[in-house]
Design a protein around this ligand. Structure first.
Ligand code: ZN
Length: 76
């Protein structure tokens, strides 16, 4: 198997029409997303499309909010 050109890999990751995050990806990445948010990092840049998914998906938005609340409760 030929090694793929980095541009092709990137294109594969981003997809033809920019990032599209589904619920599966959302659930996989949500922990990291919240960690980045809490760390003050640019979570939107790290996981493109996730916030857009949260805005359009009530189930994931609820999960996001509960993770934030949980992390908040764990803080001293
Ligand atoms: Zn979702």
């Amino acid at each position: 198997m030929e090694p793929r050109h980095p541009t092709d890999v990137l294109r594969g990751l981003l997809g033809p029409r920019g990032p599209e995050v589904g619920c599966d990806t959302c659930f996989d990445e949500l922990d990291r997303f919240v960690e980045l948010e809490l760390a003050g990092e640019d979570a939107d840049a790290a996981i493109p499309g996730l916030r857009a998914h949260l805005e359009g998906c009530p189930a994931c938005r609820e999960e996001h909010e509960s993770l934030l609340a949980l992390a908040d409760a764990e803080r001293p």
